[in-house]
Design a protein around this ligand. Structure first.
Ligand SMILES: Cc1cc2nc3c(=O)[nH]c(=O)nc-3n(C[C@H](O)[C@H](O)[C@H](O)COP(=O)(O)OP(=O)(O)OC[C@H]3O[C@@H](n4cnc5c(N)ncnc54)[C@H](O)[C@@H]3O)c2cc1C
Length: 410
């Protein structure tokens, strides 16, 4: 994949393109391409049977979605697809239309796709009120209101929480503020890091060899940059891959020229007199001259706005049942509040129903669809109206689509 083809969304492909896409998806050995139905504004919602109160809610209800990214957008689209014609408000603290994050550590850093070309398909086509660039700061469950940072409140009958995670920053604020120290979670992060990598730094340091850290190291090698990865575990991705496969992953990184140092931590980052990163000190006593460092230290769940809300929200996410219904602090199900995506902590059937939070694209989409479906309580219906031959193609290089629980929070 090159250039525009590397990230290509076409909600209305012509027949020959549709055929081409379906064949490519069928032949894709690692199933890295998704082909899905997509609800668009010009499509008529399906005709639904009358369900009494559910029907009234479907026509006149108010649904608020906090977190206007993958899970929020997919839930909103699913609600409209299932015939919800009431009011739909999406609240997002980022100023952008919803965009996709996996390309940020892949095509964007490589320089193939500009960061602003990562928008998720056609959010403008969704019939909704968008409150972008304003954070939700509180939730009043009794009054059924979301408080916003600009002082406004948004009332709802049903609420979806989809506030995801943010990157965990380098823990020493003065060092984290040095010019050249990055995290990678947003479009802005990716654009800034891409510019710095394109300038050809003498050496890049990646702190942490999880998925994001390993991908950044791979991008650096693709760009011909010297890169050191410092990982405190014995091999990269041990938690996700297990010791044997992780050791192989480590060998592969070294074969591709990554200076992989396992069993060490970074103890300090040092700047020059002008506030620019110059050196890194490692726990084994070694010192590296580096111009760029990426803290790939995992993530923090965006739950602060739910403090004192009465929901079971904490550092591990927002607790919910298998149907995405949020739990309250006393273990009851909050009927009108749902959770989806990276922020959701739910009983996972593959892991003996232990409560887990997964940071995974496919999980966010699946949960968004479950939550939207439960919002409406309509009869079971698969995604995509019967006979709807439109397709959404998602040919992103999801390098970490592996079996297992890549980033599990218990
Ligand atoms: C660099 C990178 C690469 C990745 N690569 C892959 C991959 O290859 N394969 C894969 O499966 N997954 C990958 N992921 C993970 C995948 O992107 C996530 O699982 C997915 O984005 C989760 O979607 P979400 O909607 O739950 O959360 P998010 O995408 O995190 O969206 C949450 C949104 O809510 C907003 N928000 C937070 N708090 C508030 C608030 N108080 N008020 C209003 N808005 C708020 C956030 O700013 C954000 O816009 C990657 C992630 C990153 C960062």
């Amino acid at each position: 994949m090159h250039g525009d083809e590397a990230l290509w969304y076409d909600p209305e492909p012509d027949d020959s393109r549709r055929e081409q896409v379906l064949r490519a998806a069928a032949a894709c050995p690692v199933q890295a391409m998704r082909v899905e139905g997509l609800y668009l504004r010009d499509a008529s919602p399906p005709t639904l049977p009358d369900h009494g109160d559910d029907d009234t809610f479907r026509r006149t209800g108010r649904i608020a979605i906090v977190g206007a990214s993958l899970a929020g957008l997919r839930a909103a689209a699913k609600l409209r697809q299932e015939g919800f014609t009431g009011s739909l408000t999406l609240i997002g603290d980022e100023p952008h239309e919803p965009y996709d994050r996996p390309p940020l550590s892949k095509q964007v850093l490589d320089g193939w796709v500009p960061a602003q070309r990562t928008a998720l398909p056609d959010p403008g086509g969704l019939d909704a009120q968008w409150r972008l660039g304003v954070a939700a700061t509180g939730l009043d469950l009794a009054r059924k209101q979301v408080r916003l940072a600009d002082g406004e409140v948004v009332g709802f009958d049903r609420l979806l929480i989809a506030t995801g995670v943010r990157a965990r920053r380098w823990p020493h604020p003065a060092e984290a503020a040095l010019d050249g120290v990055f995290v990678l979670s947003t479009r802005e992060d990716a654009a800034g890091l891409q510019r710095r990598l394109a300038a050809g730094p003498g050496r890049v340091l990646v702190i942490g060899a999880g998925f994001v850290g390993s991908e950044v190291a791979s991008d650096c090698r693709d760009l011909g940059l010297p890169v050191t990865v410092a990982e405190r575990c014995p091999a990269p991705l041990v938690g996700a891959l297990g010791g044997v496969v992780a050791a192989i992953a480590g060998d592969m990184q070294r074969d591709h020229g990554v200076d992989l140092r396992c069993g060490v931590t970074v103890s300090a980052l040092e700047g020059d007199g002008g506030g620019r990163l110059r050196r890194a000190h490692l726990s084994d006593g070694s010192v590296l001259d580096v111009e760029v460092a990426i803290a790939a230290l995992g993530s923090v769940r965006n739950v602060e706005w739910l403090q004192d809300s009465g929901l079971a929200a904490g550092p591990w996410g927002v607790g919910c049942d298998a149907g995405s219904r949020a739990f309250t602090v006393d273990g009851m199900v909050a009927d009108d509040v749902f959770v989806a995506g990276d922020v959701a902590r739910f009983p996972h059937p593959l892991y003996d129903f232990q409560f887990l939070a997964l940071e995974h694209w496919g999980n966010a989409v699946a949960q968004a669809q479950i939550a939207a479906h439960k919002h409406d309580q309509f009869a079971d219906r698969s995604l995509g109206a019967p006979g709807d031959t439109r397709v959404l193609v998602h040919p992103v290089r999801h390098r970490d689509q592996v079996r297992g629980s890549p980033d599990v929070r218990r």
